[in-house]
Write a protein that binds this ligand. Structure first.
Ligand code: FAD
Length: 338
């Protein structure tokens, strides 16, 4: 059981900044995210896009903002459970909570801060009859550790940047990479398309277009896939099938936790962003209230007020006098410049 003061569901910019604000109050945080990396929309949807409306930062790439937020929170040593979706919330008799993920990891905390943004990003799955059977037995929707594919036969399908980039990357690791796409044209960056064509000529990538993977085979785990082109079916040996068709956000299991929901977002009290369940807060894109704006800086503000309120629940009756970070001297944060 992982224990912490504030359990944050969602490691997007709002969740990451919560670590810093909580740290100033000597509160420990642990973050759960369904994605294998932190950063939420910034790292998953637009890491290379500039952002111009972070106060005091005229221009920053979304990926760099994520790195900076991680750096800012590092001093407070947050914990991470990545690549797992928070599935259930159980209120304990003492008012604390146990949150369990889809992989069975249990977390215990007096405070839960839902910073789930648009929801957990679920992979778009191809319509292949027995695909669920092979999940984690050769079918992967994310690549967490490329080493898993060393000297393996890998079939990737998709026409966007992820499919192209991973095909290029795995060409040096896997024993065989086959890229399948239902059209001849790819949607990804031109540069990546050219690189894939080069690797095809060098015999390092099998490019199979316009085609689709229509069936999966194997006894205890994946052993092969059927690739179909204009009604002609060919069986390919494969240790792994990686469909990379993008991710779609869904509020998912959070919607069943007894929270007041309005238009797919969680209703909160703007006093401290608490939900209808005492001790459970919702901050950032996931919440709604009159005048709500889905902007990063609004998430930062909400996280800050939420931490002050959480402090009062964790330390009932204890007075906290707000000081500026440069004079606080809290938790090793002495305000001196590094
Ligand atoms: P998110 O970034 O959505 O992160 C939420 C995280 O929670 C996700 O990683 C998700 O996987 C995780 N999660 C959800 N449910 C679960 C669960 N059950 N279990 C585990 N994990 C879960 N905003 C600006 O201020 N300026 C801009 O210039 C700007 N440009 C944008 C451009 C684009 C193309 C897009 C799409 C958005 C842009 N935004 C911009 C909006 C900004 O990205 C969001 O406001 C911000 O990401 C919200 O942060 P968040 O942490 O609340 O949520």
């Amino acid at each position: 059981m992982i224990k912490t003061d504030i359990l944050i569901i969602g490691a997007g910019p709002t969740g990451l900044f919560t670590v810093f604000e909580a740290g100033l109050l000597k509160l420990k945080c642990h973050l759960i995210d369904a994605l294998p990396q932190p950063g939420g929309q910034c790292s998953e949807l637009y890491p290379k896009k500039p952002i111009y409306d972070i106060p005091g930062v005229p221009d920053i790439l979304a990926g760099d903002l994520t790195n900076n937020l991680l750096e800012q929170g590092k001093q407070f040593q947050p914990g991470f459970t990545l690549g797992e979706r928070a599935e259930t919330l159980e209120r304990q008799e003492d008012g604390s909570f146990i949150v369990t993920t889809n992989k069975g990891t249990r977390h215990h905390a007096p405070i839960v801060a839902i910073a789930g943004g648009l929801g957990s990003f679920e992979p778009r799955k191809p319509l292949i009859e027995n695909i669920a059977y092979y999940e984690d037995l050769g079918v992967d929707y994310y690549i967490k550790d490329p080493e898993v594919y060393r000297n393996k036969k890998v079939v990737i399908s998709g026409g966007g940047d992820s499919a192209l980039d991973w095909s290029i990357f795995l060409a040096d690791i896997a024993s065989e990479v086959t890229l399948v796409h239902r059209r001849n044209e790819f949607r990804g960056a031109l540069d990546s398309v050219e690189k894939v064509q080069e690797l095809k000529l060098l015999g390092k990538i099998n490019l199979v277009t316009p085609s689709e993977v229509t069936a999966l085979h194997g006894n205890k785990r994946l052993e092969g896939v059927t690739i179909e082109r204009e009604g002609v079916k060919i069986l390919y040996e494969a240790d792994h099938f990686i469909p990379l068709f993008g991710l779609s956000p869904k509020l998912g299991p959070i919607g069943d936790w007894g929270l007041e929901i309005e238009k797919n977002a969680i209703k909160v009290d703007t006093f401290d962003y608490q939900t209808n369940i005492p001790g459970v807060y919702a901050i950032g894109d996931v919440n709604t209230y009159p005048g709500k704006l889905k902007l990063i800086l609004c998430g930062f503000h909400e996280a800050t007020l939420m931490c002050q309120s959480a402090y009062q629940i964790i330390n009932p009756g204890k007075k906290y006098v707000l000081k500026y970070t440069t004079v606080s001297g809290i938790n090793g944060f002495d305000g001196t410049r590094k």
